[in-house]
Write a protein of this length. Structure first.
Length: 157
């Protein structure tokens, strides 16, 4: 009888240890999940509060297509396919995809955007900024400059 009690106690202790380990693992998983979630939320909040400013060197880059109105037709096609889903066809930041974004797209018709240098706009198109993708390799340099010229026309619409 004593042997059965000892054996029973050992089994009970092992079961309690396994339950304790499972509970600890669940708690660790929850804590880790909360830390990761907090980091993601924190990054989103920081991105919304931090102004997007091109480096000084970028603002000094000259637009090789400045004043070239012949590129506007092609640029319009590029804008509609790459930019309008978020920025809207008229550039006001009201494209259909903008509704689902935490960070609202820039209004290309605004004085703020229109006051940026051509080099700064080119840098922003090339670099991207969450949630905007980078077009560094997706578009040729000429296409990015065409978009800069096209964005300049939006202030007048």
């Amino acid at each position: 009888m004593l042997i059965h009690q000892i054996h029973y106690q050992k089994i009970k202790n092992k079961h309690l240890q396994k339950n304790k380990i499972r509970k600890t693992c669940k708690q660790m998983f929850l804590i880790l999940s909360m830390i990761i979630l907090s980091a993601l939320i924190s990054n989103d909040m920081r991105a919304q509060k931090t102004p997007w400013i091109a480096p000084g060197a970028a603002s000094k880059v000259k637009n090789p297509l400045k004043g070239n109105t012949l590129v506007l037709k092609d640029a319009g096609v590029l804008y509609v396919s790459n930019c309008a889903p978020c920025h809207g066809k008229s550039g006001k930041g009201d494209g259909p995809a903008s509704a689902g974004l935490k960070i609202k797209p820039a209004d290309h018709t605004s004085a703020k955007v229109q006051s940026l240098s051509d080099g700064s706009l080119y840098w922003m198109i090339s670099t991207g900024h969450t949630p905007m993708p980078s077009y560094k390799t997706a578009l040729a340099n000429k296409q990015k400059w065409e978009l800069v010229n096209y964005i300049r026309t939006l202030a007048k619409k």
